[in-house]
Design a protein around this ligand. Structure first.
Ligand SMILES: Cc1ncc(COP(=O)(O)O)c(C=O)c1O
Length: 443
């Protein structure tokens, strides 16, 4: 049996080039990274290249990758069809700052697939939710937005509230306190963000009863994916839909992760619930930075009539829209989802069997192409239950995986694995055999 300290020693001894890069990076990049979510102890591996379901670090070590850039690479790394299309597009100009045919084709594909009448492009998920919420506020003439405790919707102030609030400050489960994520978020902004408990309709109704006339909309990730993979209980999304209708508010689906991963068409057909606004990014971009938000024409008219603002130098650039068209038309086709879901289900079943075999108090889940191990006996159903986990066990598992050539999910215990179009049964078998060894060692 190896201890966590021994695993960390091995990590340091095998990832020396990464350490050298980390030393350089720290001088110019806070934490040595360009996004807070990429940092972890003792220092991250630095990647040299990626292909298919594999990545290689600067120390020359190969990893079977189930992080797939936080789910953005549902097409897989450097899919040959994507590489060819992107290379051709790059040779024809990367930015025009003027309209072109590819943005129309990409918009047609996205509108058709996600049941939207109109949409606008952004470059990221954060921008998509930011513009969507502004439009929702403009349409309703109201300022308050309801979000769920533990939900992440990007890096702008309205939604940087109660993402991972500390247990000591969160208040009663029926009326969670709205807590800013770090400094720099104006108190006045936090006042306009109301926080409810996932899967608890009474907590949402309570907010509507207190603030109903001021609530512009409810933003919800249909399967919460910044607390592992946490689905709604049966009927919950429809109940939210009904509550929004009752109080004249709009329902916003943040499908940045679920959109092109949960199923073809995303959460609306999957759960048979219609949202007013859909936000997209990650996998719909085919590996390039692209986001979108869309709705029925009446709502998008807020932008069409110049009442609500949307613009962006890089929005709908020919490179990203070409990648999106290629991904949606050629790779993320309906047939890919049952195949990737079956591999994801096999991962969850395999993990569950291994957990049982070694008698650990953990569990594993998969929904669509995303899954995770929870470091507790049963899958949590809200953020507070999610907090009740053995996070130390996660970090030991994380380092043990990296030492054995597997990136089991995106980094940190709140993320999940992604089964892409390029993953195979061989990748699933590899991850499970490493997990078997880890679970045995961690007994
Ligand atoms: C559900 C959800 N919404 C929004 C975002 C923000 O997207 P981006 O990182 O592209 O700004 C993320 C990112 O992980 C996300 O998971």
């Amino acid at each position: 049996m190896t201890t966590h300290a021994q695993e960390l020693e091995r990590y340091r001894s095998e990832k020396k080039e990464s350490y050298a890069l980390y030393g350089r990076a720290e001088k110019v990049l806070p934490l040595g990274v360009s996004s807070n979510f990429r940092t972890y102890e003792p220092y991250p591996i630095y990647i040299q290249r990626a292909q298919g379901s594999k990545m290689w670090d600067v120390d020359g070590r190969e990893y079977t990758d189930f992080s797939m850039c936080f789910g953005a690479l549902m097409v897989g790394h450097s899919h040959p069809v994507m590489v060819e299309a992107i290379a051709k597009a790059a040779s024809e100009g990367t930015l025009y700052g003027m309209p072109h045919d590819r943005e129309i084709r990409a918009a047609e594909l996205i509108c058709d697939r996600f049941g939207l009448e109109q949409m606008r492009f952004t470059n990221s998920g954060s921008e998509a939710t930011l513009h969507a919420l502004r439009m929702v506020r403009a349409f309703t003439g109201r300022d308050k937005i309801v979000k769920f405790e533990g939900g992440y919707h990007g890096g702008h102030d309205t939604v940087l509230v109660s993402v991972k609030p500390p247990r000591s400050k969160i208040g009663h489960v029926r009326s969670p306190k709205a807590l800013a994520v770090g400094h720099g978020i104006p108190a006045l902004t936090v006042e306009n963000t109301l926080v409810a408990t996932w899967n608890d309709l009474a907590s949402v109704r309570g907010l509507f009863e207190r603030h109903g006339n001021d609530v512009a909309g409810v933003i919800v990730e249909p399967v919460m994916m910044n607390v592992g993979v946490m689905p709604p209980r049966d009927g919950f999304l429809q109940e939210l839909r009904d509550l929004c209708d009752e109080f004249g508010a709009l329902l916003v689906f943040d499908e940045v992760k679920t959109g092109a991963k949960l199923a073809w068409g995303g959460a609306q057909p999957y759960f048979q619930v219609k949202a007013d606004v859909v936000c997209l990014a990650k996998a719909v971009g085919g590996g390039l930075p692209l986001g979108a938000f869309g709705a029925r024409r009446e709502l998008m008219d807020e932008i069409g009539s110049f009442r609500s603002f949307h613009a962006g130098t890089y929005a709908s650039n020919p490179l990203a829209t070409t990648a999106s068209i290629t991904a949606l038309e050629k790779i993320l086709v309906p047939e890919v989802y049952p195949k990737a879901t079956a591999l994801g289900d096999a991962l969850a079943e395999g993990h569950s069997k291994i957990i049982k075999k070694h008698g650990h108090p953990w569990c594993a889940v998969n929904h669509g192409t995303s899954g995770t191990v929870y470091w507790r006996k049963t899958p949590p159903t809200n953020y507070r239950e999610w907090l009740d986990q053995d996070f130390d066990a996660f970090w030991r598992y994380w380092h043990m995986n990296l030492n054995r050539g597997v990136i089991p999910q995106a980094q940190c215990y709140d993320e999940q694995w992604t089964v892409s179009a390029l993953h195979t049964q061989g990748d699933v078998d590899r991850m499970l055999s490493v997990f078997d060894e880890i679970a045995r060692e961690m007994k």
